[in-house]
Design a protein around this ligand. Sequence first.
Ligand SMILES: [Fe+2]
Length: 283
Amino acid sequence: MTPVDDIISGIDTLKPIPPLAAQIMALAEDENSSTVEIADLIVHDPSITASILKICNAAYFGLSRQVNSVRDAIVLLGLDEVIELVLLNATAENFRDEPAGYGLGEGELWHHAVISAHTAKILAENHGFATQKHLIFTAALLKDIGKIIMGRFVAFSYEKINILVHSKGYSFSEAEKEVIGINHAELAARVGQKWRFGDQLIYMMRHHHMTDENARGNPETALVYLADIICMMIGYGTGADGLAYRFYSEVLDRMKLTEKDLQNAILNTGYRRQKLDKLLSLV
Ligand SMILES: [Fe+2]
């Protein structure tokens, strides 16, 4: 078994995505599906009901009455919010422990995942990709799941990675690839394959750092990439890899976004930060 095979076999240590969340992800990728179909899945899945009701009835949402069913939650909070809660609930378990090697504090990887998912969703809504917002949200949420497995290998090779980043001009993911033989984005894509995600979702996870030039022309992946950059700029998930990633201004140009748009997105994310921090404590 090669070291890379050893790392890939670590995917089996993750808690698999529950069937409901996997079905939502598949529908989110299918252009012919509707949010009504997603709602139908959620209300007919008894396993999710208890956790959704617990979250919805927390003071955080400030609802005027008790939520007694998933249908209630959809009426009171809106379907989009409930879909996001299901996806967060499905993925939170894997992010409970911060991975070694990335210099992240307790819960920081999870915070980064959730804030970047919300940021990517808002970018999608504001820049013409509203119909794909659940797909873009999911890709941003799961893009760094490879770090959970890679962590101990990064910790072991940290000195070599650090030299490449600080003395040779490598980005962190380029250095991971060079030293370890695979980077966390490729590993996230492997997770997606193992969990039978759709091709588009896997593609977005694999290319979220845009190291492949071709991916820079893919608008959905670009939104995930920009959300990641924005979160790092405001200090979410800035561990050892911190800002050691490349900023490709051509991505903004291709998306017809200006620096002002980027600044506004940074401000919006900063503004929502406190609210999302409270939500994170509930999931
Ligand atoms: Fe990443």
